[in-house]
Design a protein around this ligand. Structure first.
Ligand code: SF4
Length: 702
């Protein structure tokens, strides 16, 4: 006997409505031999006669009342390539099995959920209450973890993937379907939707049952939160859902009154049921928090559209290096300045804590949409602070990926030492990481000022990313403390598989410029010999080496690696001045615009010529020396280039072999639009981001 394509598993306890479900399963459009139905009765003993029904049903029985245990028993018996779940209080529409298995057979998801509609609502509660996860027309999320789930009332799984993930958690009397999806997600699988696979669900008939339903959901969501909080990193949950539902009910009061006066009690009934639902969730939250001893009171439940395939782990074709130079299409978004280390050179050292708040998810999405649709950016860097601490970072990076903005997170990387955290970013469509590696061994911790095993955690993070196939680059801020380690950092980049190392000169920006004697600042001439050897190591290993904010004349023979403000627009790893400062120029301006923007940037960052620069051929495409640096050490290190004036910022860098990214890979968002909307043209004004806003300010007059 050949195995069927699908096994439908129904966990049931003392519910005769299962016979109605079995009848609907017997009249599916799918060929009769292509599926089997496994009824697992748990905690009751009335359904043995269903064994063999319609020639497709197998019966099993457990003494214990547990839907998780019953589903696992069904999983153990299942012979189908796909395992489909539904419940005794449901009715399957004729094409249900056919559509759900077709979605799973597409191969890009390990779990899928179909649409859930009401089944013949009779009572007022059935007519006016929401049905399961509001119809499952979009993927659902709970606060326990960032991953999507589908409801067991209408869900399908790839059987082998579900078995490998360990099946269903038998301790979760509610929510074991959510848990199964989480475990699949953590293993890198995607969850999707099958809108044409429709299940009718008979909602609770009474108000009391309606309350109890939401109460039970909420209680076990607390247990789910407890189970995954070591991965989510959440120390508590604040749940706005009951409040939101109550406010929705209150807001509908005037309309309800008008309908009541016209003799229509429907809207008033719906509002009353919203209040009951809110009360059920609130009581369940409180009960679960006490029962499982968790700091859980309020949750935010929301639904999103199914993400595009671009959000899954992208295929990463091998990149080529080239000497062609194009203007960068990379935006940058500061998510907030909070951080859990205190690098001694941090530019945000002097920003008051009150100004370090996180950018909201809504503001981040608005900015990203503008970067993509208005400015035509194809990449985006997320800056902090430490962006991996942002509570919505995975939602933010996923949104970027979904609109065709390849997301990079600039991070100290230590939280990616947890494999689950690295995997979560990988699953969410991250393009690459830019990891700040300022030292090896104890030097890393000393520069960070906080933390334990910092260098070891960073190395573990790099290993995790490499294992996941997620590319990464290094940022190294060169200060007195790490000059003798630049070569070791370059060797580390080569051994771990970094694509790029950016060697950054410490810039005394912002409040630092008032401090002439900065203890850790190093002279260019002290840095140069170490830096040249580090570049050699990178070059020999095929790692792209870039030097930022260093006068080219300080690295004779290595100038093709050097990027001052004038060269930065030609580095795809650097930021687009247009979207960075939200200048309002739609699309991408020409090279002349970027040349003038480079001059403004030079002025903003307080760079100047020193006296030797006056006779230098490069003076029109070089920043010179920072005012603080020149005040401290003068300009005697400058070595002017002879010859006619150089006007092209690419003069040296066009000789560097540099990674190129294929256009549009991997996302396929809308791109710049000539008819960008008025809304997108409005200034971003990210007022919620406190200190982050300060990093976007333009100099006066721009
Ligand atoms: S302009 Fe000044 S700082 Fe720049 S390369 Fe020439 S001499 Fe050096």
């Amino acid at each position: 006997m050949t195995d069927p394509l699908a096994s439908v598993v129904v966990a049931v306890r003392a519910d005769a409505r299962v016979r109605r479900l079995l009848a609907s399963l017997a009249s599916q459009t799918a060929p009769r031999g292509s599926y089997e139905v496994i009824v697992v009765e748990n905690g009751s003993a009335d359904l043995a006669d269903t064994d063999g029904a319609d020639g497709i049903t197998r019966y099993a029985r457990l003494e214990r009342a547990s839907s998780g245990a019953a589903r696992n028993a069904g999983l153990g018996l299942a012979r189908g390539q796909f395992l489909l779940l539904t419940d005794a209080d449901c009715v399957a529409r004729p094409g249900w099995i056919e559509h759900l298995t077709a979605r799973l057979a597409a191969g890009d998801v390990a779990a899928a959920g179909g649409t859930i509609v009401k089944h013949q609502p009779g009572t007022r509660a059935q007519r006016h209450a929401i049905t399961v996860v509001d119809g499952q027309r979009s993927l659902s999320y709970l606060p326990a973890l960032h991953l999507p789930y589908v409801a067991g009332a209408n869900a399908g799984f790839v059987t082998s993937a579900l078995r490998e993930a360990g099946g269903f958690d038998e301790e979760l009397l509610s929510g074991n379907d959510v848990d199964a999806c989480y475990r699949l997600g953590l293993r890198g699988h995607r969850v999707g939707l099958a809108p044409d696979a429709v299940i009718e669900h008979e909602d609770r008939a009474t108000v009391t049952a309606h309350f109890r339903r939401f109460y039970t959901y909420a209680v076990y969501q607390v247990l789910l939160y407890a189970k995954y909080k070591h991965l989510s990193g959440k120390r508590y949950v604040l749940d706005a859902y009951p409040l939101r539902r109550a406010l929705q009910a209150a807001a509908s009061a005037p309309g309800c009154t008008a309908h009541l006066l016209r003799g229509d009690p429907g809207p008033a009934s719906a509002a009353a049921l919203q209040l009951i639902e809110a009360a059920g969730v609130l009581c369940g939250d409180i009960s679960g928090a006490i029962r499982f001893r968790q700091p859980y009171l309020l949750r935010t439940c929301h639904h999103r559209q199914e993400r595009s395939p671009a959000v899954s782990m992208p295929d990463r074709p091998p990149l080529v290096k080239s000497r062609e130079r194009h203007l960068t299409r990379r935006g940058v978004l500061w998510l907030g300045l909070r951080c859990d280390v205190r690098c001694k050179f941090c530019y945000d050292e002097h920003v008051p804590a009150v100004q370090k708040g996180w950018l909201s998810l809504e503001d981040a999405i608005r900015a990203l949409d503008k970067f993509r649709s208005y400015y035509g950016n194809e990449f985006v860097d997320f800056m902090g602070g430490e962006p991996t601490l942002h509570p919505a970072i995975l939602d933010i990076t996923a949104h970027a990926a979904s609109i065709g903005l390849r997301p990079t997170v600039i991070t100290h990387g230590m939280h990616l030492a947890r494999p689950e955290q690295a995997a979560a970013f990988a699953q969410g469509g991250i393009h690459d990481f830019l990891v700040s590696v300022h030292g090896t061994g104890e030097t890393a911790r000393a520069i960070h000022g906080r933390g334990r095993d910092n260098a070891a955690r960073q190395e573990q993070a790099l290993d995790n990313l490499r294992a996941l196939g997620v590319p990464f680059r290094f940022n190294v801020t060169m200060i007195r403390d790490n000059l003798t380690e630049l070569e070791a950092i370059a060797a580390l980049a080569a051994s771990k598989g970094a694509r790029v190392v950016n060697f950054l000169t410490f810039n005394p920006y912002f409040e630092w410029e008032r401090d002439v004697e900065i203890s850790f600042q190093a002279r260019h001439s002290d840095i140069a010999p170490h830096l040249m050897r580090a570049i050699d190591i990178c070059t020999a290993a095929g790692v792209e080496a870039n030097v930022r904010y260093f006068p080219p004349c300080q690295l004779p023979g290595y100038e093709q690696h050097v990027y001052t403000g004038y060269q930065l627009p030609y580095d795809p790893h650097e930021w687009d001045y247009n979207s960075w400062y939200d200048t309002g120029y739609p699309g991408q301006p020409g090279e002349d615009w970027y040349y003038r923007a480079s001059g403004r940037q030079r002025e903003r960052h307080d760079y100047h010529e020193v006296s030797a620069c006056g006779g230098c051929a490069l003076r029109d495409v070089c920043d010179g020396f920072h005012a603080q640096y020149a005040a401290r050490w003068g300009g005697s290190e400058a070595i002017p280039y002879p010859g006619p004036p150089v006007a092209d910022p690419r003069h040296f860098i066009r000789h560097q072999d540099k990674y190129q990214y294929p256009p549009g890979e991997p996302g396929s968002g809308p791109g710049p639009s000539a008819s960008s909307s008025t809304e997108l043209a409005a200034p971003l004004g990210l007022t919620a981001s406190g200190g982050a806003v300060a990093r976007r300010k333009l100099p006066a007059g721009q």
